[in-house]
Design a protein around this ligand. Structure first.
Ligand code: A3D
Length: 320
């Protein structure tokens, strides 16, 4: 059987890291697309030349032509611009919306059967726009954010508790922004919920609140350290987990920006929720019962995303 074909649209910091991970994990052959001439070709060749050392079998091709992504099984979209210090994700909306239009049309015309994972910010609005421009089925277009936000939460918790991050689970709902909702009662160490760990004296409520806030600010913390762009190692690893779940029909339960129609009181809207990812794409939305406070946080997060979607409609008439 031929190896899966994985198209990476955008060959910047995340795109290059994605290509490297796909090759190292032998998930498939890579087509790296970017409008910047030479960048995808150079990164593809560099990674291919590491193949004999690492011992992976994967072919990599850099391109400026959408026809090269024809028949791709997975497309991961990072095309656009990232944040610089002082910018919010929402500041990227106007410029990245135009990019989503050309990318969405490129996927529609060349890889309509692909599972599409969007990473470009502001995430929840861009995945909505990308779906609109591409016209692909909703269950085949989703956004990566929840795995990254949960991974940041898990990392901070494992450091606080001095336990392996393998035994820490975390649950983050809502949009990928300052209003994201890390749910402490569904986050655990080896099954013990965080509120119980506070009662057991493992940490204090104040420390836990500070970790929740640091998780919300996780992207900005990296931007302020790097100064020239945003995080890329952890975002790439997170998107690879989603691609692998699809390609291997793993039925993984993963949080991602998915189209929610009916659950959580939403009627046809992209926002971060727990999902099941398998060969059918987003096969299920996992709906949990929120308490009053969690519901209020979720509603405010949904409201923030709705504002961005409305802004997209105001910029591009074809979306209205
Ligand atoms: P960067 O290294 O600048 O790469 C972006 C690439 O997109 C560049 O190589 C550009 O040449 C290319 N590009 C621009 N316009 C087009 C186009 N029309 N078609 C094809 N390629 C194009 O950025 P990055 O890789 O660090 O980040 C990419 C995106 O991911 C940004 O929007 C970030 O804000 C976003 N991001 C999201 C998360 C999430 O958790 C959702 C995390 C980190 C970054």
């Amino acid at each position: 059987m031929a190896r899966p074909k994985i198209a990476l649209i955008g060959a910047g910091q995340i795109g290059g890291t994605l290509a490297h991970l796909v090759a190292l994990k032998e998930l498939g052959d890579v087509v790296l697309f970017d409008i910047a001439e030479g960048t995808p070709e150079g990164k593809s060749l560099d990674i291919a030349e590491s193949g004999p050392v690492e011992g992976f079998d994967a072919s990599l091709k850099g391109t400026q032509s959408y026809s090269d992504i024809a028949g791709a099984d997975v497309c991961i979209v990072t095309a656009g611009v990232p944040r610089k210090p002082g910018m919010s994700r929402d500041d990227l909306l106007g410029i990245n919306l135009k990019v989503m239009k050309s990318v969405g049309e490129g996927i529609r015309d060349n890889a309509p059967d692909a599972f599409v994972i969007c990473i470009t910010n502001p995430l929840d609005a861009m995945v909505w726009a990308l779906r609109e421009f591409s016209g692909l089925p909703h269950e085949k277009v989703c956004g990566m954010a929840g795995i990254l936000d949960s991974a940041r939460f898990r990392h901070f918790l494992s450091v606080e508790f001095d336990v392996s991050m393998k035994d820490v689970t975390a649950f983050v709902l809502g949009g990928h922004g300052d209003t994201m909702v890390p749910l402490t009662r569904y986050s655990t160490v080896a099954g013990i919920p965080l509120p119980d760990l506070v009662k057991m004296g493992w940490t204090t409520q104040e420390k836990l609140d500070a970790i929740v806030q640091r998780t919300r600010d996780g992207g900005a913390e990296i931007v302020s350290l790097l100064k020239t762009g945003s995080a890329f190692y952890a975002p790439a690893a997170s998107a690879i987990e989603m691609a692998e779940a699809y390609l291997k029909d793993q039925k993984r339960v993963l949080p991602c920006a998915a189209y929610v129609d009916g659950a959580y009181g939403l009627d046809g809207f992209y926002v971060g929720v727990p999902t099941v990812i398998g060969a059918g794409g987003i096969e299920k939305i996992v709906e949990i019962k929120l308490d009053k406070e969690e519901q209020a946080m979720f509603d405010s997060s949904v409201g923030a995303v709705k504002g961005l979607v409305d802004a997209c409609k105001g910029i591009d008439d074809s979306l209205a």
